[in-house]
Design a protein around this ligand. Structure first.
Ligand code: NDP
Ligand SMILES: O=C(O)C1=N[C@H](C(=O)O)C[C@H](O)C1
Length: 265
């Protein structure tokens, strides 16, 4: 099966090229970058520090979608929405890892999913997929006197906050409690905030250095604290999950799928 990568010269794009090249059942159909990017015309093998493979970066996503069974997108929200429309047009499976998507962007992805299979996940690692299930169960088990706080740390280049994963873990905790995250989300504390609002789910965002992605969900009550953590040591774990999702999704019926679907959880 043919897998294409949009945003191929990005941090995740390069990791995805490496992962597809190392996957027996897949061939790399190409990669794009935006028009004017210095990466246009570069060989994909050389781009990741290996031998040339005779396929170069282009600025033509239409040709990429037409010539791929699945396309993997870890870019930016506006680009992802445009790519979803192309996936719908060509019936190509689309794997979306981009975070920072607005509610309206999610509506656009759902519209595209009426015409093509889309797998959307804020975190494609096995560990975080399992962690979300654990968080939902723990939140459902512990009573309302347990406060929930989510702490995340990422590298200095990250542009969205809180991370998509932190928000997904917040959604999992809220679902466990039978509430909606937007009703209980507290992501900004500064100055004289007053005491913690009971039932809120708090978020703290740290940025620095080259941290790939750390997430901890803290359940805290009187004299007791439970912490569930995941630490990513390499972006390879996200690329592995995304390529697995691409192989799974190619040829599937149109629909909006999650990593739980891919892993059969
Ligand atoms: N779901 C998951 O498991 C994970 C999700 N992510 C998310 O993936 C996204 C990308 O992260 P990261 O790789 O670190 O970011 P980078 O900025 O390194 O990579 C994004 C790439 O996409 C390119 N791009 C932007 N717009 C377009 C376009 N229209 N067409 C083609 N390429 C485009 C960028 O080009 P330019 O520089 O010119 O803008 C850049 O090369 C983020 O939202 C991040 O949060 C990251 C890791 C794991
Ligand atoms: O931008 C990143 O790097 C990451 N983004 C995702 C997120 O926002 O949760 C996933 C991962 O933690 C790395």
């Amino acid at each position: 099966m043919r897998i294409g990568i949009v945003g191929g010269s990005g941090r995740m794009g390069q990791m995805l090229i490496r992962e597809v090249l190392g996957t027996k059942e897949a061939t790399l159909s190409g990669a794009t970058e935006r028009p004017g990017s210095a990466a246009i015309g570069r060989d994909l093998g050389a781009l990741i520090g290996g031998d040339p493979i005779g396929v170069v970066v282009t600025d033509d996503p239409v040709a990429l979608f037409a010539g791929s069974d699945a396309v993997i997108d870890f870019t930016a929200p506006a680009a992802t929405v445009a790519h979803a429309a192309l996936a719908a047009q060509h019936g190509t499976a689309l794997i979306v890892g981009t975070t920072g998507l607005s509610p309206d962007d999610h509506v656009r992805l759902a519209e595209a999913a009426a015409k093509a299979p889309l797998v959307v996940a804020a975190n494609f690692s096995l560990g975080v997929t399992l962690l979300a299930g654990l968080v939902r169960k723990v939140a459902a088990t512990l009573g309302p006197d347990w406060d929930i706080e989510i702490v995340e740390m990422h590298h200095r280049h990250k542009v969205d906050a809180p991370s998509g994963t932190a928000l997904a873990l917040g959604h999992a905790a809220a679902t466990g409690r039978g509430v909606h995250l937007p009703d209980v989300k507290d992501a900004v504390r500064d100055g004289h905030t007053g005491a913690r609002t009971p039932g809120d789910i708090g978020f703290a965002t740290l940025r620095g250095g080259d941290v790939v992605g750390d997430h901890t969900v803290i359940f805290a009550t009187e004299a007791e604290r439970l912490e569930l953590s995941h630490k990513a040591g390499s972006r390879a774990i996200f690329a592995r999950g995304a390529v697995r999702a691409a192989v799974w999704a190619a040829g599937k019926a149109p629909g909006l799928y999650s990593m739980d679907d891919v892993l059969g959880l």
